[in-house]
Design a protein around this ligand. Structure first.
Ligand SMILES: Cc1cc2nc3c(=O)[nH]c(=O)nc-3n(C[C@H](O)[C@H](O)[C@H](O)COP(=O)(O)OP(=O)(O)OC[C@H]3O[C@@H](n4cnc5c(N)ncnc54)[C@H](O)[C@@H]3O)c2cc1C
Length: 575
């Protein structure tokens, strides 16, 4: 059995920031990641990270109050306001920390960190490194992690690359550690720890039309859910307005922030025609722009009934080359077009998981010693709709906070010897499950089940939802879950068995998909990204509440919990 003070599952921005914090507290952190850390989805983040630095003349009056209010309004008032205030008050310090650690942010002419406008602010608040912000931030943190890995005097950090965590071990409400599978050997092992932090990212690949990396399966949310930790607000799924037609590769909001237009088949900048985006137009929050785009397409003003145009031509070659080089590159490589002289065909696509592992503003869940941070967590700072640029901020703010609190918890603990038996039992159970999966002789092809799940989510749990659609999706997901019990693997070898890995994950994906659908069915109102055609109004009386989903073998049991409204009373949202 391996032992570390704090185990962090996930090597993306939230996981690495948490691990660095634990090491700064002179404790032994271990990072387990199913992929090499710099292949985490954080690497793909493009447009930028928000902080009220006020560096741009047009945003010089920015303040934490403005940024926090915009976040709460953007969330359609479902975010916990005490948590939002905490995140924003910490934002500038975290950006400067990344700058001092060497992150090559783009600069203003006088050398300050440059900022561009993103949705929800109306002026430049989003710091960026061209359109490769996630790449720069993740490499910066990885360098710091590697430093700690080889600096024994300040604790020591161990990074376990290509280990997938399959089970969280909880004994009488106390977290004892995890069980993980080493991909190189196919062996399961128990990892004991006094605290565990999950930073396993989002669940975009429950949908076929997602901007997310293929590894974002939602399995990291399923593991604590199976262990009794509730998932919160999972029905809130963000659809990004601009993804490439066909492949759904992201075209950053930065492209509109830099001045790009959205046009329909009449050449009209249609966002001006909708009451909720009349003023902010292309840079209204994502839920609103994605919904208005979908309406344009459904009402026949799209191209081929499928896409609209993102026009950057008026920005000129120099601006596109310096501010949006990645966007240009993707368009050239994947579509053979140059946005300098041709508009880009775009359509909304799944992008972000607002819901996640239920935890408080210290990252702590209802299980002692178990924490979550980043996209896998639901603190909640994004509520019904996340503002562009606030997720990268969330990862480094709450990664640090979770690391700090887990460290304090570990230092004060006396029962260091406890939990061995629970871990041994859990390991034996996982070994039995693995053996069964490897020797199964069922008739079902798991890749077909996965495709059908992704299609059900895309067709019936998208931007517009109805009771009929959601009921149909729930039935389809439940049927698929039954069929999953009869799968047969194509490859049964021990070493780097990706067939095994994907199919362990598929079990998690199906359960998380069911939570999304059940939550969406129960929420009979429209708020943020969750739009019910049969309940088109927000209903604060009944639903200004978080949804909590608890695992049962027959499907999720739902409860509601209160939203913190310390600072601002809910109002109508218009931009
Ligand atoms: C294309 C794209 C562009 C984006 N652009 C922006 C942007 O400009 N600004 C912004 O604010 N946000 C952006 N986002 C969102 C933001 O990038 C993510 O929300 C954020 O990076 C998530 O970081 P994370 O650390 O929580 O998770 P991730 O970076 O997704 O990392 C998850 C980690 O968990 C590990 N893991 C998962 N499950 C297991 C398991 N069972 N066992 C072991 N390891 C596991 C993985 O190996 C990985 O290391 C973008 C997202 C996408 C998809």
């Amino acid at each position: 059995m391996k032992y570390h003070d704090v185990i962090i599952v996930g090597g993306g921005l939230a996981g690495l920031r948490a691990a660095i914090e634990v090491n700064m507290h002179n404790l032994r952190a271990a990072v387990l990641s199913k992929v090499y850390p710099i292949r985490s989805h954080s690497i793909a983040a493009q447009g930028g990270i928000n902080a009220p630095l006020g560096n741009h003349p047009r945003g010089s009056y920015d303040s934490w109050e403005r940024h926090a209010f915009d976040t709460v309004k953007g969330s359609d008032y479902l975010a916990d306001q005490d948590a939002v205030v905490r995140m924003i008050k910490d934002a500038s310090a975290r950006i400067f920390e990344m700058e001092h650690w060497g992150c090559p942010f783009s600069r203003t002419p006088d050398g300050k960190i440059a900022q561009r406008p993103f949705g929800g602010a109306g002026f430049p608040r989003t710091c960026f490194a061209a359109d490769k912000t996630g790449h720069m931030l993740l490499h910066t943190l990885f360098e710091q992690a590697v430093k700690y890995e080889s600096a024994a005097e300040r604790g020591e950090m161990k990074i376990y690359n290509e280990w997938i965590v399959t089970s969280l071990v909880v004994e009488n409400g106390v977290c004892r550690g995890v069980i993980a599978l080493e991909l190189a050997t196919g062996k399961l092992e128990a990892f004991k720890a006094d605290a565990v932090i999950f930073a396993t990212g989002g669940a975009g690949r429950l949908y076929s039309n997602s901007t997310n990396a293929l590894i974002n399966t939602g399995m990291g949310m399923a593991v604590p859910y199976w262990a009794g930790v509730p998932l919160k607000d999972m029905e809130f799924v963000q659809f990004h307005p601009t993804t490439l037609y066909g492949s759904n590769i992201l075209m950053t909001e930065g492209a509109r922030g830099e001045g790009g237009y959205l046009t329909n088949n009449k050449g009209d900048r249609f966002t001006a025609n909708y009451a909720d985006s009349r003023k902010a137009m292309e840079v209204a929050p994502r839920d609103i722009v994605a919904r208005n785009m979908t309406t344009e397409i459904l009402e026949g003003r799209g191209f081929e009934d499928a896409y609209l145009l993102l026009d950057l031509r008026h920005l000129g070659e120099e601006k596109i080359a310096t501010r949006l080089p990645g966007i240009r590159d993707i368009c050239q490589k994947f579509l053979g077009i140059d946005p300098v002289d041709q508009p880009i065909p775009v359509q909304p696509g799944q992008h972000y998981t607002m819901g996640g592992i239920d935890c408080d503003k210290d990252g702590l869940s209802k299980v002692k010693g178990f924490y979550a941070a980043g996209e896998a967590a639901c603190v909640s700072v994004h509520g019904g709709n996340r503002l562009g640029g606030n997720s990268l901020l969330d990862t480094i703010v709450f990664g640090k906070i979770a690391g700090e609190h887990a460290s304090d918890y570990v230092v004060g603990k006396a029962d260091l010897g406890a939990g061995d038996k629970a871990l041994e039992d859990a390991l034996a159970r996982e070994e039995e499950k693995l053996k069964k999966l490897l020797s199964s002789t069922g008739s079902e092809d798991p890749s077909v089940i996965k495709e059908e799940m992704q299609k059900a989510m895309k067709d019936d749990v998208g931007i517009f939802r109805t009771k009929e659609q959601l009921g149909r999706a729930l039935q389809r997901i439940r049927e698929l879950r039954d069929r999953y019990k009869k799968i047969r693997l194509k490859h049964t070898g021990a070493k780097y068995n990706y067939d095994l890995m994907w199919n362990i994950e598929l079990g998690g994906s199906l359960d998380v998909a069911e939570v999304i659908v059940a939550g969406a069915l129960a929420r009979e109102e429209s708020r943020g990204s969750h739009f019910r055609r049969d309940f088109p109004k927000r209903d604060d009386e009944k639903f200004l509440k978080h949804t909590l989903a608890y695992y049962t073998p027959d499907g999720p049991r739902l409860e509601q919990s209160n939203v913190n409204l310390d600072h601002w009373a809910p109002k109508e949202r218009k931009y």
